[in-house]
Design a protein around this ligand. Structure first.
Ligand code: ACO
Length: 429
C-alpha cells in the first residue's frame, strides 16, 4: 500500500500520495493539490521541489554520493572515459564494444562544422564572450542539420547525440582561436575526443600540438565529473525548454546560457578571479573571510557551498586529488593552488562555514586544473559546457520520451498592485 501524507486546511483533509524513489528518497505528490484545495505550493529557488522523476543521475547531498545511471562517480572517474560515460548517460547502459566503436565513428564523422557556420562565427566581435558564441552557434547548428524529433530509437538517436557532442568542441575551439585572431584549426580524425579538442585549441598550421597523456587524462576526467548533476539550474532549463517540445539544439543552447552565470558554471572563473584578486591585493585571508561573513559588497567565497551537498562534494574530492597529480606530472607550480588550499583550510575551521555546511564544490579546484592545461579563464565555463552536454542530451531525451510529460509551467503568488486606474500621459505630470 502506498503511504499518504495529509494536509489539513480550512476544515478539509487532503490526502497526498507519497512517492518513493529507487534510492528510498521520498516526495509528497502534490499534482492534485490545487484541484482539491485551491492551494499551490511556494518554494523559493525550488529547494524542496521535485520537478520530475528521472532515471539518469542520483545525488545524496548528505552522504556525498553521486551516481550516473547507478555507477558511482569515483568508479567512472578512474575507470571510464568521457565518451563511454556520455554513452552511458544518453543511452542508459554501458556500450558494448561495437556500440562504442560506432559512437566514436559518429563522433569523428560529425567533427567538422559547415563552412557557412564559419562565416556565422566571423560575425562575432573579437572580444565576444565564448559562452555567448557557444549558445548562438549551437542554436545555429539546428539550422544546418535536419532537426531530429524521434528520440525513442537508440540507433537513430546516436546520430544527433554524436553530432552535437562532436561539434560543440569544434565550435568551442574555433571561438577561442577567433578571440586570439588566429586561424581556425581543423579537427584530426585519428585523435581521441579530448586530444582532438586540445589539438584544435593549441595547434597552429605549422606546429601541431601534441597533448601529453597526463593532460589528456586530466581533462577527460574533468569532463566526466561535469557530465551530469540531476536537476541543476542549466539541466532544469534544458528540461523546461524541452517540455515545450523544442528541439535538441534550442534546448541545449538555453542550457548554455543558464550555465554561464557565476552562481552556476561561471563559478570556476569567479574562483580564479577571487584567488588572483587576493594575490594582487595582498589581502590577508582572515580579513577576506571576515568580509565574506559580513557580506561586504556581496563578498562570497566562490567555489564553496552547494544547494544539495551538505557534507562534501565528491567531485571536489576527486578534482583536488587530480589537480595535485597533474601539476606534479607536468611540473607546474601554481601559487593559486597553495592559496586555494590555505583558504580552504581557514574556511573549513570557521564556524560560519561549518554551521552553514559550506564545503568546496566542483568549481573550487577545476579552474586550477584548466590553468595548468593552458586553457584561458574565459574558456573555463565553455569546458564545463562540453562536459555537461551528455547530461543535457540525456535529460532532453528523457523529457521527449516521457509519454506522460506536460509542458513545465509553474504558478506564482502574485504580490503586485490589484487594480489601478489608467491616467492619460498628459495628466501624469
Ligand atoms: N560564501 C559565503 N556564504 C555563503 C556561500 C558562499 N560561497 N554559499 C552560501 N552561503 C551562505 C548564504 O549566504 C546563506 O547564509 P544565511 O543563511 O546566513 O543567509 C547560507 O550560506 C545558505 O546559502 P544559500 O544561499 O541558501 O545556498 P543556496 O543553496 O541558495 O546557494 C550556491 C548555493 C549558489 C552554490 C551558493 O552556495 C553560492 O553562491 N556559492 C558560491 C558560488 C559557487 O561556487 N557556485 C557553484 C556551485 S556548483 C555548480 O553550479 C557546478
Amino acid at each position: 500500500m502506498t503511504d499518504t501524507a495529509q494536509l489539513h486546511y480550512n476544515g478539509q483533509t487532503i490526502d497526498l500520495p507519497v512517492v518513493v524513489g529507487t534510492q528510498k528518497e521520498t516526495a509528497v505528490d502534490i499534482s492534485k493539490l490545487r484541484a482539491e484545495s485551491g492551494l499551490i505550493t511556494l518554494d523559493n529557488g525550488y529547494g524542496n521541489t521535485g520537478s520530475c522523476s528521472s532515471a539518469i543521475t542520483f545525488v545524496n547531498g548528505e552522504k556525498g554520493i553521486l551516481k550516473y545511471r547507478g555507477y558511482r562517480i569515483e568508479v567512472l572517474a578512474t575507470k571510464s572515459t568521457f565518451v563511454e560515460t556520455a554513452y552511458l548517460l544518453i543511452f542508459g547502459e554501458m556500450p558494448t564494444s561495437s556500440q562504442y566503436t560506432e559512437f566514436r565513428r559518429q563522433l569523428v564523422q560529425h567533427e567538422f562544422i559547415h563552412e557557412d557556420m564559419r562565416h556565422h562565427l566571423d560575425g562575432f566581435p573579437p572580444n565576444a564572450p565564448p559562452m555567448a558564441i557557444l549558445s548562438a552557434m549551437i542554436n545555429a547548428v539546428g539550422c544546418f542539420e535536419p532537426v531530429f524529433m524521434q528520440p525513442e530509437d537508440d540507433e537513430h538517436f546516436m546520430k544527433p547525440a554524436a553530432r552535437l557532442m562532436s561539434k560543440i568542441r569544434t565550435i568551442a575551439a574555433a571561438s577561442y582561436r577567433k578571440s586570439l585572431g588566429k586561424p581556425i584549426v581543423y579537427p584530426r580524425s585519428r585523435l581521441r575526443y579530448v586530444e582532438n579538442f586540445l589539438h584544435m585549441m593549441f595547434s597552429s598550421p605549422y606546429e601541431p600540438y601534441e597533448a601529453p597523456e597526463a593532460v589528456v587524462e586530466a581533462l577527460d576526467r574533468l569532463l566526466i565529473l561535469h557530465a551530469d548533476h540531476e536537476q541543476n539550474c542549466s539541466t532544469s532549463t534544458v528540461r523546461m525548454v524541452a517540455s515545450s517540445q523544442a528541439n535538441l539544439y534550442a534546448s541545449v543552447a538555453a542550457g548554455v546560457c543558464a550555465l554561464w552565470g557565476p552562481l552556476h558554471g561561471g563559478a570556476n572563473v569567479a574562483v580564479i578571479d577571487m584567488l588572483q584578486g587576493l594575490v594582487d591585493s595582498g589581502e590577508k585571508l582572515d580579513r577576506f573571510i571576515a568580509r565574506v561573513k559580513n557580506r561586504d559588497a556581496g563578498a562570497r567565497l566562490m567555489g564553496f557551498g552547494h544547494r544539495v551537498y551538505k557534507n562534501f562534494d565528491p567531485r571536489a574530492t576527486i578534482i583536488k586529488e587530480s589537480c595535485h597529480r597533474l601539476l606534479e606530472k607536468i611540473g607546474v607550480d601554481d601559487p593559486l593552488l597553495d592559496l586555494a588550499m590555505k583558504l580552504e583550510e581557514v574556511a573549513l575551521k570557521d564556524p560560519y562555514f561549518v554551521e552553514r555546511k559550506l564545503y568546496p564544490n566542483v568549481d573550487y579546484y577545476s579552474g586550477i586544473i584548466m590553468r595548468a592545461l593552458g586553457i584561458p579563464t574565459d574558456m573555463f565555463t565553455v569546458i564545463f559546457a562540453i562536459g555537461r552536454l551528455p547530461g543535457w542530451i540525456a535529460h532532453w531525451r528523457e523529457v521527449h520520451t516521457n509519454t506522460n510529460a506536460r509542458i513545465d509551467r509553474p504558478r506564482q503568488i502574485y504580490i503586485g498592485d490589484t487594480v489601478r486606474e489608467y491616467v492619460p500621459l498628459e495628466e501624469r505630470g
